[in-house]
Design a protein around this ligand. Structure first.
Ligand SMILES: Nc1ncnc2c1ncn2[C@@H]1O[C@H](COP(=O)(O)OP(=O)(O)O)[C@@H](O)[C@H]1O
Ligand SMILES: [Mg+2]
Length: 274
């Protein structure tokens, strides 16, 4: 017994580099998605490791949102393997699908808050997805409220906790949405165009916040972006889709705008709308 305890004490701290080698939280292999006869993704491979911020690039219609939806079982997967936080997404019963979705925090372009409810209540709704017990009659527990306030403090808007969500600026609303996602205690965060509705300065600060969460909490963040310089400034890795296939994949430090330009070449007319 003492021997085991002793062995435990001398166990070295796991480094981030080791975590990256050991434990991908998302593994996608040869993913194919088709809507009716139209193939939307083909041969997509992706891994997300603890602590990293991965930017997903590609022209409109290239399949970014579909890839994100595949990770939570919301896309018609016709081939390949998808594992997220230990779940085999292609083969889940309804209850397991609910568990999977409770473990994936999501952030959207339009924030998706409930406008008339307070900021605090919006964050608390994240607890409805965390799998823990909620007493809907008595409201949220004081532990939940405390945690929600801590998260609001972390994202820098605790002073707005009692304001209705609709009274906040876009950048502040996205921070509320991020706090709500954290309330779920997510294992992975997916952010689909989270800064497309924000002006550039706010976009920078929201992406920095997401990157900080990734590295401090060890949660991988997959973030789709429209603007190349934002991806180059705020990600550890970049994955680029073109017409449903991965065309570019690498560490951000080894990529530049010219390496990413092929993602946007030969676009068909009309492809540039959202
Ligand atoms: N629900 C759907 N039904 C049919 N086709 C869809 C559906 N969702 C997406 N698509 C098609 O899949 C392709 C990729 O779309 P999407 O993943 O939204 O791209 P992106 O997010 O990169 O703009 C597009 O051609 C789009 O029309
Ligand atoms: Mg999209």
């Amino acid at each position: 017994m003492t021997l085991v305890a002793g062995a435990h004490e001398v166990e070295p701290r796991v480094t981030t580099a080791e975590l990256r080698q050991a434990l991908p939280l998302v593994t996608v292999r040869g993913l194919e998605v088709a809507y009716d006869a139209q193939r939307v993704l083909a041969g997509v491979d992706l891994e997300l490791f603890p602590g990293e911020m991965v930017a997903l690039l590609g022209a409109s219609g290239s399949g970014k949102s579909t890839l994100m939806r595949s990770l939570t079982g919301f896309a018609p997967i016709t081939g390949g393997a998808v594992r997220v936080a230990g779940h085999d997404v292609t083969n889940l019963r309804r209850g397991q699908l609910r568990t999977l979705r409770s473990e994936v925090g999501q952030v959207f372009q339009q924030f998706n808050l409930i406008p008339r409810l307070s900021v605090l209540t919006n964050v608390l709704t994240g607890a409805l997805h965390d799998g823990g017990p909620i007493n809907l009659v008595g409201g949220f527990s004081s532990a939940h409220r405390r945690r929600a306030l801590e998260l609001l403090d972390r994202v820098g808007i605790a002073h707005k906790a009692l304001e209705p969500a609709r009274s906040l600026s876009g950048g502040q609303q996205q921070r509320v949405a991020i706090a709500r996602a954290l309330m779920q205690r997510p294992k992975v965060i997916l952010a689909d165009e989270p800064v497309a509705s924000l002006d550039p300065k706010l976009a920078d600060s929201v992406l920095e916040l997401l990157r900080e969460i990734a590295s401090e909490d060890g949660i991988p963040v997959l973030v789709s972006l429209h603007v190349l310089p934002l991806a180059l400034a705020h990600s550890d890795r970049i994955v680029g889709l073109r017409r449903g296939e991965i065309l570019v994949s690498g560490r951000t430090s080894q990529l530049d705008a010219s390496a990413l330009a092929p993602l946007y070449e030969d676009e068909e007319p009309g492809d540039d709308e959202h």
